[in-house]
Design a protein around this ligand. Sequence first.
Ligand SMILES: CC(C)(COP(=O)(O)OP(=O)(O)OC[C@H]1O[C@@H](n2cnc3c(N)ncnc32)[C@H](O)[C@@H]1OP(=O)(O)O)[C@@H](O)C(=O)NCCC(=O)NCCS
Length: 164
Amino acid sequence: MLLSPTPPDVHAIRIALHHGSRHELWSLFELADDSAMAIRRYLDLGLVHVASLGGVAIGHAQIVPHDVRTWELRSLAVLGPYRARGVGTGLVRRSIAWVREHGAAQLLVATASADLDTLGFYQRLGFRMLRIERNAFTPEGGYPVGLSVRGVPVRDRVWLEIPL
Ligand SMILES: CC(C)(COP(=O)(O)OP(=O)(O)OC[C@H]1O[C@@H](n2cnc3c(N)ncnc32)[C@H](O)[C@@H]1OP(=O)(O)O)[C@@H](O)C(=O)NCCC(=O)NCCS
């Protein structure tokens, strides 16, 4: 199915748990993580909510348990043409609601310290900084050498949390 180049009607976008193969969502996972090696390790873990428009997946949010009280929002992405319309916010809110309903006390998320827009996005949603993991994005972990976001080197990973 061809995707419409015109702005989508946000009311036509549905968010639901994904029950099909995770490999169908590979290109969305790739938008959220530059390491295919890393994605392969967590692709099949936890649960994935998918935002879809006319039956086509345009965004996803994966949640993975660390233990019964703590979950992680491991992967989140929205296709470029559908961004800045509240789809990412909707996916995060649905993930928060799901883990809260299932007894979690905390939802974690991690992103590159270089990705200032994403850090702002999560903090606007209520996440607070927790800790920094230095040198998390190495070639040994499958990340390209010299990776940067608007000139800021991608080196360290920032962990954020939202109490539920
Ligand atoms: C991060 C990401 C998932 C956000 O998805 P999104 O659908 O654009 O998110 P939203 O539309 O809910 O919010 C994005 C911005 O649009 C704005 N926005 C939300 N609804 C809007 C609307 N109806 N009209 C205009 N702008 C809107 C929000 O204010 C928000 O601003 P902020 O980023 O400064 O907080 C998306 O940018 C993405 O896929 N990025 C690449 C992958 C990635 O970095 N993933 C996270 C890795 S940890």
